[in-house]
Design a protein. Structure first.
Length: 364
């Protein structure tokens, strides 16, 4: 088979989605499955929907357009504030967009008018992580102006934590989001449909909190794709952590010293690696590199140690001795390594089909 490749088990992804959807439903929370790490893969998107996700979210309009072309019947949400230059494309392909700037919402209104349709928006509020979001003191004024715009439907509020700064969701910041939703409803005599509390980093808070307030939606990507929560990357009980596996091919395997020879300067990436002389080892090189993956996000099989690499080479210690050229090695990936591999055109994507819910009904 072609290497390097990602072996993607759609059944395991569907299982992860279905398990999380069921657990969150008991708390009154729906799941928007996030596809941004999958480059708009309609195969993965379908597995997520078959697992019960109520919609699909992506940060790139190009990925949303690709999913739209695949004719999947689902609400598509742009979860990054739109670029002004892409406003028309957003209105055409996304049912909902997350927004923080009135100038952008005004442009969406204009483009929606030209197309003779309505466009729904969720306003993102800043609650401490210092990435995207309207400052809470400015929220009422922003909503007032949004409600005045023709062709725009105000759907709700959202926030994002544990991304830029690693701020954890807790009763305080999630409680603030609920209070803001209540304030807007009282101020404008409206009903807020969506209160999107965040991402996979919210799971520990949801399952550990006695009261999740008004939060009724989470945007989940990492937990569905790699089976881990996003605060400490702990495996989630009952989920598959091996739904996606990287396979790479050996192109060289020789006994080599661990101490470089010559005067050391920066490597290809401007770094000065720490070198420990361990004598001679069996060093193996695989045909995959930083252009395709994030090395620190790989977990090799037992007995294999990642030593380093370059743009196109991954160097490992093979432990038991030389490995035959052409041998394939497998690695598990964290979310960032998965994102890099999925977006590399040099990594083939190989899908193992999943049973659909309709198929399960036939078997039953």
């Amino acid at each position: 088979m072609v290497a390097p490749r990602l072996e993607i088990d759609l059944g395991k992804i569907q299982h992860n989605a279905r398990t999380l959807v069921a657990r969150l439903a008991s708390r009154g929370i729906s799941v928007t499955a996030v596809t941004k790490a999958t480059l708009g893969s309609h195969e993965i998107a379908r597995a997520m929907l078959e697992g019960g996700a109520t919609g699909l979210g992506d940060s790139r309009i190009e990925n949303i357009e690709a999913i739209r072309r695949s004719h999947l019947f689902a609400r598509l949400i742009l979860i990054r504030s739109p670029m002004l230059s892409q406003a028309r494309r957003v209105v055409i392909s996304a049912d909902v967009s997350f927004n923080t700037e009135l100038e952008v919402i005004r442009r969406l209104s204009v483009e929606a008018g030209k197309l003779g349709r309505k466009h729904a928006v969720v306003l993102m509020v800043e609650l401490g992580d210092l990435r995207d979001g309207i400052m809470p003191d400015d929220l009422v004024a922003t909503v007032r102006e949004t409600l005045r715009l023709p062709n725009i439907v105000f759907k709700g509020l959202g926030t994002n934590l544990a991304c830029r700064s690693g701020v954890s969701p807790d009763d305080a910041n999630m409680g603030e989001l609920s209070k803001l939703a209540a304030l807007l409803e009282a101020t404008f005599d409206i009903s807020i449909e969506i209160v999107s509390g965040g991402n996979s980093a919210n799971l520990e808070w949801v399952f550990g909190s006695e009261d999740t307030g008004r939060v009724n939606n989470l945007r989940l990507g990492e937990s569905i794709l790699v089976g881990r929560e996003a605060l400490n990357r702990k495996a989630i009980h009952g989920l598959h952590t091996d739904a996606i596996t990287l396979v790479a091919e050996v192109i060289e395997s020789k006994f080599k010293p661990t101490q470089p020879t010559g005067e050391l300067a920066q490597n290809a990436f401007g770094e000065r690696p720490d070198v420990v002389d361990r004598g001679t080892i069996a060093q193996t090189i695989l045909a995959v590199g930083v252009q395709d993956i994030e090395m620190c996000g790989l977990q090799p099989s037992k007995g294999i140690e990642i030593l380093g690499g370059s743009s196109d080479h991954l160097v490992v210690a093979s432990g038991v001795g030389r490995v035959a050229v052409g041998t394939e090695m497998t690695f598990q990936l964290n979310y960032s390594a998965l994102l890099r591999a999925m977006t590399s055109p040099f990594v083939t994507k190989s899908y193992k089909s999943a049973l659909r819910v309709s198929d399960l009904r036939k078997i039953a």
